[in-house]
Design a protein around this ligand. Structure first.
Ligand SMILES: [Zn+2]
Ligand SMILES: [Zn+2]
Ligand SMILES: [Zn+2]
Length: 138
C-alpha cells in the first residue's frame, strides 16, 4: 500500500507573504492620483490637493495594517523579494511574521505594507512594525 503525503496538513502549509503598496503618482498638470495594489480599494479621484491625497494614502496604508490579520504561517515577503528592502544587510529569514509598514519620508510617495519575518523587520529602513516592536515568544 503506497503512502501518499501530498495534500496533507493544510493548516501548517506556508502561504506566500502578502504585500500592499499605496502610491502617490504626480502628473504633468500638477494633479496626482493615489493607487493601491488592492484593486478593490476605493481611491479618491485625481486631484490637485496633494496634501489631502498624501494624508489619504497614509491613512489607507494604516487601515490595511489594522484590517489585515497576519497569517502566522506566511513566508516572509521581504525574503521572497531577495530582501530588496535591505540589500546591504543580508538576513536569513527566521521567526514569525508581522506586518511592517514602510514609508520613506524622503521619497514620500510610496507606502508599503508587507508581512515580514522577525529577522528582516529591524533591517527594513523606515520600517514600522504594527506590533510596536518585536514580541519575543515565551
Ligand atoms: Zn488598499
Ligand atoms: Zn529581508
Ligand atoms: Zn525575512
Amino acid at each position: 500500500m503506497p503512502v501518499t503525503t501530498a495534500a496533507s496538513e493544510p493548516s501548517t502549509e506556508r502561504v506566500p507573504g502578502r504585500v500592499w503598496a499605496i502610491r502617490l503618482t504626480g502628473h504633468a498638470d500638477r494633479t496626482a492620483t493615489v493607487t493601491c495594489t488592492t484593486a478593490a480599494c476605493r481611491m479618491p479621484p485625481r486631484s490637485k490637493d496633494l496634501a489631502g491625497l498624501r494624508a489619504f494614502a497614509a491613512q489607507h496604508a494604516a487601515a490595511h495594517a489594522r484590517v489585515a490579520a497576519v497569517h502566522a504561517n506566511a513566508w516572509c515577503h521581504c525574503g521572497f523579494t531577495q530582501c530588496a528592502a535591505h540589500p546591504d544587510t543580508p538576513a536569513h529569514c527566521a521567526g514569525g511574521v508581522a506586518l511592517v509598514l514602510q514609508h520613506d519620508p524622503v521619497v514620500g510617495r510610496v507606502w508599503t505594507l508587507q508581512e515580514v519575518c522577525q529577522a528582516c523587520t529591524p533591517l527594513i529602513p523606515n520600517g514600522c512594525s504594527s506590533f510596536g516592536g518585536t514580541a519575543s515568544p515565551a
